[in-house]
Design a protein. Structure first.
Lengths: 455, 220
């Protein structure tokens, strides 16, 4: 069963129970109070009537001896105080009565008794009967007060009906309020449920939009924090996956072109009788492409090796720059692009061979981008080593991708320069391994600057 | 019929050299470009080609864009692509290219595709001659001098393949794939049996050479 249903049903049941119990207790208490009060009042009034009647009768009878006169005087005195409810009986004779009820039979009185009360149903009516013996001149009179209190019972009946109606209305309103309240309280839970279901379906952007200040609100906050963590983790994995698949598709493409020409030329050599010149040409192509594949494999390996931690050491910058320029000498001579060196710092911390190979790579790139005669600048200052050229530059829309493996700004991936598209990817890996930054700045036609900023 | 003239646009020098040497060897004339733009410019002057082989990824103008220029002169096109994704293949074919080849491809595949396209365009000789043997492709007949030699359909196909690629060794599995198709469940023994029958029926020994462990070759 749903929580909201459970809570609603239990609350409504409790409300019903409370209304019924309180109603029953209150009504029975009110009923007994009303009836008791009526009886007490009737008794008091009856007592007053008897007292007044007795006093007056005593006053008038003082000088009378004649029984007939006495009887008349008694009736006269009684009638002065009597109401429609009063009955006066002497012995067997009813002296005064406005009601047909036989009071003496309903409530027989004994001499010496106090006031007596009868309350009950007589001929379909609720009757309240109060009786008292009054003694006058040695005679005893039974004085009754006969009251029809059916109307009080009717009133009580009406009261009960009204209470039940009010109770039902109260229950109805109470139920509505409970349902509303339960809905409001469980709505955040439903939202959480929906959000987690959506996340489970793979929609990791979903968050629970709950800002209540109760436990549910706290739960929602924790839930959102969890979703954030899951999303960032998933994003990282997706990103890694994407990079990996890009890398593999790049690698596949990189292998495909040399493989195609090796297969093509070797099959041709195997199946056709080419002349000597064509044969040598085909063999040269096979050799070149195999060399290219070998270099590619070597670079791939160095990318993998860079997954390891490096051991930093203090590197003297003048020595490093000198060493790098020695290494690049032949390439730079071939391209006709001289290198100028400016060293304005003493040392950096890092892996000597890796930093060296990174710089050689950058100078190689700069040389390829330059026309013969254009200078390449290698400069070290503070914690920065910078390689800049005045060559062709890189289009702006290509800049974000230059560090991606196998990326070449020319879509045909022509290998005029003989590059593999891995150089800058390896350079970035080397920088990452040092915790260093590798920044590139370029304008087409003006040149490119790459900065390695050490920690 | 004169030699068929083929336009080749491929930027990788090793691959274009490989294609060129084979076209030459198989008796085709060719014109080679390594840049899409240059090829498009040249087409304005000279467009008497029987077929165009276009790489997709080209500097200047890519293969699809270049195709729009080639189409104007009703030159059938075979795309050469390194992209294995079917999207680019379908795009090329829907635009009216005759065929496509995915890198890496082998020489026989390339040559057979070229022949099929040229054949569809009616630009292949229907009479093949080799030594004293004449093959009529339309009438499906083979004659040695004047005498007709009766070959079964598959034997005829194998002979045509060998004659078309004379002086070139054709691997057994290639023959099997080209004639019987890749869905055929037989093995290369089928090829050997058919070659033996052709040899017997032609009655000329040493015409079809066996290259051990590799295939067959028609020499002359």
């Amino acid at each position: 069963m749903r929580l909201s249903k459970k809570v609603s049903l239990i609350s409504i049941a409790v409300l019903l129970l409370v209304v019924v119990v309180i109603g029953t207790v209150l009504l029975s208490y009110a009923k007994s109070q009303i009836i008791e009060h009526t009886i007490e009042q009737a008794k008091a009034e009856h007592r007053n009537l008897n007292t007044s009647f007795a006093e007056m009768t005593a006053y008038y009878l003082a000088d009378e001896d004649s029984p007939a006169v006495q009887r008349t005087l008694v009736i006269y005195c009684f009638s002065r105080f009597a109401t429609d409810t009063s009955v006066l009986i002497q012995g067997e004779e009813t002296l005064y009565a406005r009601t047909a009820l036989d009071s003496a039979q309903l409530l027989p009185l004994q001499i010496g008794e106090e006031q007596k009360v009868f309350s009950g149903e007589v001929e379909g009516r609720n009757i309240l009967l109060v009786g008292q013996i009054v003694s006058l001149n040695d005679s005893y009179y039974s004085v009754y007060r006969v009251e029809d209190i059916t109307y009080i019972y009717n009133n009580i009946q009406q009261m009960i009906v009204r209470f039940i109606l009010i109770g039902i209305a109260g229950l109805f309103i109470g139920t509505l309020l409970i349902l509303l309240l339960v809905h409001r309280l469980t709505k955040p839970l439903l939202m959480l449920k929906e959000a987690s279901a959506q996340i489970a379906r793979g929609d990791y952007n979903i968050r629970a939009d709950i800002h209540t200040r109760d436990e549910v609100g706290e739960l929602a906050q924790d839930f959102n924090a969890m979703a954030d963590a899951v999303q960032s983790h998933i994003d990282k994995l997706t990103d890694m996956n994407e990079r990996q698949s890009l890398f593999i598709s790049g690698l596949t493409h990189e292998y495909k072109t040399p493989m195609t020409s090796i297969l093509l030329h070797s099959e041709t050599l195997l199946t056709a009788d080419l002349d000597k010149k064509s044969t040598e040409n085909s063999l040269a192509h096979i050799y070149d492409q195999c060399r290219f594949l070998e270099q590619l494999t070597h670079k791939m390996l160095s990318l993998l090796v860079l997954e390891r931690e490096i051991t930093p050491q203090k590197i003297s910058l003048p020595d490093l720059l000198e060493d790098v320029s020695q290494n690049c000498f032949q390439t730079l001579m071939d391209h006709g692009t001289p290198l100028t060196i400016r060293c304005e710092a003493d040392s950096v911390t890092g892996d000597y061979d890796l930093i060296k190979s990174l710089l050689i790579n950058l100078i190689d790139n700069a040389s390829k981008a330059s026309e013969p005669g254009q200078h390449i600048h290698l400069r070290a200052y503070k914690q920065t080593i910078e390689v800049s050229d005045n060559g062709v530059g890189i289009p702006e829309d290509s800049l974000p991708f230059v560090f991606d493996p196998f990326y070449m700004s020319d879509s045909s991936r022509s290998k005029k320069g003989g590059g593999s598209g891995l150089g800058l990817a390896i350079a970035r890996r080397i920088a990452e391994a040092h915790g260093a930054e590798l920044l590139i700045e370029s304008k087409p036609g003006e040149g490119t600057t790459v900065r390695l900023i050490m920690r | 019929m004169s030699k068929n003239r083929i336009l080749v646009v491929e930027d990788d020098p090793a691959i274009s050299d490989g294609i060129a040497v084979n076209l030459l060897y198989s008796g085709y004339d060719h014109v080679l470009f390594r840049d899409g733009n240059e090829a498009a410019q040249a087409l304005l002057q000279d467009h008497s080609f029987d077929l165009a082989l276009l790489d997709i990824m080209l500097p200047g103008l890519d293969g699809f864009a270049l195709f729009e220029h080639v189409k104007k002169y009703d030159i059938p096109v075979i795309f050469i692509t390194a992209k294995t994704d079917s999207a680019s293949e379908i795009k090329g074919l829907l635009n009216g290219a005759e065929d496509y080849i995915v890198k890496p491809f082998d020489v026989m595949t390339l040559l057979v595709r070229i022949e099929k396209v040229l054949d569809r365009a009616g630009k292949l000789d229907q009479i093949l001659r080799f030594s004293n043997i004449t093959i009529d492709l339309q009438e499906h007949t083979v004659r040695r001098d004047e005498a007709e030699i009766l070959l079964k359909p598959m034997e005829f196909e194998v002979l045509v393949l060998l004659v078309r690629h004379k002086n070139r060794t054709i691997p057994r599995d290639k023959i099997l794939n080209e004639i019987w198709g890749t869905d055929f469940f037989g093995d290369t023994r089928t090829v050997d049996v058919h070659i033996a029958n052709i040899r017997k029926k032609l009655g000329v020994d040493g015409l079809i050479k066996t290259i051990p462990k590799y295939g067959y070759r028609l020499e002359g």
